[in-house]
Design a protein around this ligand. Structure first.
Ligand code: ADP
Ligand code: MG
Length: 238
């Protein structure tokens, strides 16, 4: 579903992503882990086409990531929600519905804002919302078009416990519907029981690319103690 090959991204002379390759197959939830500054957000922004890559190739369902065909197939939740100050919560969903040509969006949109406890905020302007509420609106906007691929950059940050649980549940549902999800996070416990595969980044490189099955095997024969243990071990500064 998503194929990243020899991707490099430089900000001026800073190499933020250094020749990374990975694939995410349809129906999988993949966790993109790594300490602050590892390059997770840069990777996700480059996949979504917001940043221009320096080298390499990115395809979504075999379409170049910047093509119209690719853009119809994914949505993106940025690390910091970017909403339109002067649109209400409901108007954001209407806008997305038109942009993505979502048929019969009203019932779907209502269900989403109910799940995220935004019903009473429906007619509030984005500028009047708290950071957590903005994050919830941003997630609802990404879910409404029901694309094949979802790119979430630190989606749990700023959410209350109920919304975190709802979001995890939604990830599970998406995977059951054979949708594909890439989630970046530095909160290991938020994805440990959710992902089919984990990628660990450090200083712009992918240093671990492991299926959860393999991880569980290693846990079983005591090769590793926990995901946290593995993470701390591989990302340790020598
Ligand atoms: N706009 C930018 N200009 C210059 N350097 C940047 C910019 N954004 C990120 N970086 C650098 O790129 C590296 C990766 O950052 P980022 O992708 O945000 O990491 P993460 O999301 O894993 O915390 C860091 O060294 C960061 O300082
Ligand atoms: Mg980040």
């Amino acid at each position: 579903m998503l194929k990243v090959e020899h991707l490099t991204k430089k900000y001026g002379s800073v190499v933020a992503i250094d020749d990374i390759s990975f694939t995410v197959k349809q129906g999988d939830i993949v966790g993109l882990l790594g300490p602050n500054g590892a390059g997770k957000s840069t990777t996700i922004k480059t996949i979504s086409g917001l940043l221009r890559k320096t080298a390499g190739s990115i395809t979504i369902d075999n379409y170049t990531n910047t093509s119209q065909a690719a853009k119809r197939r994914f949505t993106y939740v940025p690390e910091v929600p970017e909403l339109y100050d002067m649109l209400t919560v409901w108007e954001h969903l209407v806008f997305i519905a038109y942009a993505y040509d979502v048929a019969d969006f009203e019932a779907k949109a209502e269900r989403l804002i109910e799940r995220y406890d935004l019903w009473d905020k429906k007619d509030k302007l984005a500028k009047e919302l708290s950071k957590g509420m903005k994050q919830k609106v941003s997630i609802c906007c990404a879910l409404l078009p029901e694309p094949d691929l979802y790119l979430f950059d630190e989606p749990m940050i700023g959410l209350d416990p109920k919304s975190i649980r709802e979001t995890k549940l939604i990830f599970k549902e998406l995977s059951e519907q054979q949708k594909t999800v890439l989630i970046s996070t530095h909160l290991l416990d938020s994805i440990e029981n959710l992902c089919h595969r984990v990628l660990v980044m450090k200083q712009g490189e992918i240093i671990v690319d492991m299926a959860m099955e393999e991880m569980k095997e290693k846990l079983g024969n005591n090769e590793i103690v926990s995901l946290e243990d593995l993470f701390l071990e591989v990302t340790r500064d020598e």
